[in-house]
Each structure stands twice: as structure tokens, then as C-alpha cells.
Design a protein around this ligand. Structure first.
Ligand code: HEC
Ligand code: HEC
Ligand code: HEC
Length: 124
């Protein structure tokens, strides 16, 4: 004797199990990785949303300015601390782990900034 109901239930379960990875990840697959945020400060040099999209331009501007004019001043104060236009002395003072911060996003986005050929990342 066969039981149609059981076979159908079995089939549905089978399909659900096989496709589990697909629907389980749905809406999650595109999520940006979680990066380690600084403990020393609560804010970045610009609003985080702006930093997320434009930190590359900011770094480029800083570099051009420093190399062309030698002017390192940067008129953003966080708390009572003044920062300068510098990858090492500014960004990496707060974002102390290149691996857990910069690299995490970059591997996800498949970008490999060549900056570290010359600039030294903080020791971890
Ligand atoms: C004073 C400490 C400090 C400095 C200096 C600093 N940051 Fe940040 N940064 C933070 C903090 C804190 C956050 C999280 C802010 C928030 O979530 O509102 C952040 C957020 C970010 C984010 C967004 C991360 C995310 O997805 O939430 C990026 C990208 C970033 N910073 C890059 C940089 C770069 C590049 C520099 C140098 C140009 C820099 N930061 C300098 C403290 C700093
Ligand atoms: C929230 C994710 C995220 C974080 C955190 C992050 N980046 Fe990026 N970064 C990106 C993305 C995405 C791109 C590629 C953007 C594009 O191609 O338009 C990028 C590109 C860059 C570029 C340009 C590289 C190129 O080849 O065009 C530089 C330089 C850079 N990031 C520096 C840094 C530094 C330094 C840190 C750590 C202090 C950092 N980023 C942290 C997401 C991030
Ligand atoms: C070929 C070596 C080299 C590479 C690659 C390089 N830089 Fe530089 N960068 C330098 C030198 C040298 C200076 C001048 C250092 C100084 O005057 O303190 C400098 C200065 C800077 C400055 C301003 C001064 C400071 O203390 O940070 C920034 C910002 C900067 N670079 C960002 C970047 C970024 C972002 C990348 C990658 C997209 C990059 N650089 C790639 C060599 C390099």
C-alpha cells in the first residue's frame, strides 16, 4: 500500500532541505562584512556613511595636498584631539587593525589598494 500524503510530504521536505542554503542566505548574501570599529573614539573624521562611500577620494585628496604643498593640517577635531592629513597618523591611529577593518571590506569588495607597498600598516 502506498500513502500519497506521505510521499508528497517527503518530497516537500526534500526540496526544502536541498534548497536550504539558497533561501536561508536570501537577503543576506549581499550584506557588507562586519568590521571592527575603534574603541578609542565614537566618530570618524567625517560621518560614517560618507566615509563608507568616499574614504578613497579623501585619502587621495590628502595625499595630493601633502605631496604638493606639504600642508598636513586638517581642520577636524575629535574630542580635544587634532588630526592631520595622514594615513598612518590619523586613520590608523583609530583603525588600529588593517586586517580587521580595511582588509575585511576590501577582500569582500575585491579591491587591493597598493598603498601598503610603501605605507606601513600598524603592527598587530
Ligand atoms: C578619531 C578616530 C578615527 C579616525 C582618525 C578615523 N576614523 Fe574611521 N571611524 C571611526 C569610528 C569611531 C567609526 C564608526 C563611526 C560610526 O559608526 O558612526 C569609523 C568609521 C569608518 C568607516 C565606515 C565603517 C563602517 O562600515 O561602518 C570607514 C570606511 C572609515 N572609518 C575609514 C577611515 C579612514 C580611511 C580614515 C582616515 C582618513 C579614518 N577612518 C579615520 C574612527 C576614526
Ligand atoms: C565599509 C567597507 C570599507 C572599509 C572599512 C574600508 N574600505 Fe577602503 N574601500 C572600500 C570599497 C568598497 C572600495 C572600492 C571602491 C570603489 O572601487 O569605488 C575601497 C577602496 C579603497 C581605496 C581605493 C583603492 C583602489 O584601488 O581604488 C583605498 C585607498 C582605500 N579603500 C583605503 C582604505 C583604508 C586605508 C581603510 C582602513 C583604514 C579602508 N579603506 C577601509 C570599502 C571599505
Ligand atoms: C610608492 C610608494 C607609495 C605608495 C604606493 C603610496 N604612497 Fe602615499 N605616500 C608616499 C610617500 C613617500 C609620502 C610622503 C610621506 C611624507 O611626506 O610623510 C606619501 C604620503 C601620503 C599621504 C599624506 C601623508 C601621510 O602621512 O599619510 C597620504 C594620505 C597617502 N600617502 C595616502 C596613500 C594612499 C591612500 C595610497 C594608496 C592608494 C598611497 N598613499 C600609496 C608613498 C607612497
Amino acid at each position: 500500500m502506498y500513502d500519497g500524503g506521505k510521499i508528497i510530504t517527503g518530497l516537500i521536505l526534500f526540496v526544502l532541505l536541498v534548497t536550504f542554503p539558497i533561501w536561508y542566505n536570501h537577503g543576506n548574501a549581499g550584506a557588507v562584512p562586519k568590521v571592527e570599529l575603534p574603541k578609542v573614539a565614537k566618530e570618524c573624521v567625517l560621518p560614517a556613511s560618507e566615509m563608507r562611500t568616499s574614504h578613497m577620494q579623501l585619502l587621495n585628496e590628502w595625499r595630493d595636498k601633502v605631496l604638493r604643498t606639504g600642508d598636513r593640517s586638517f581642520d577636524v577635531k575629535i574630542g580635544d584631539k587634532e588630526y592631520q592629513k595622514s594615513l598612518m597618523n590619523t586613520c590608523m591611529q583609530c583603525h588600529i587593525s588593517k586586517k580587521k577593518f580595511c582588509d575585511k571590506c576590501h577582500s569582500y569588495a575585491s579591491v587591493k589598494p597598493y598603498c601598503w607597498d610603501c605605507h606601513v600598516a600598524p603592527v598587530e
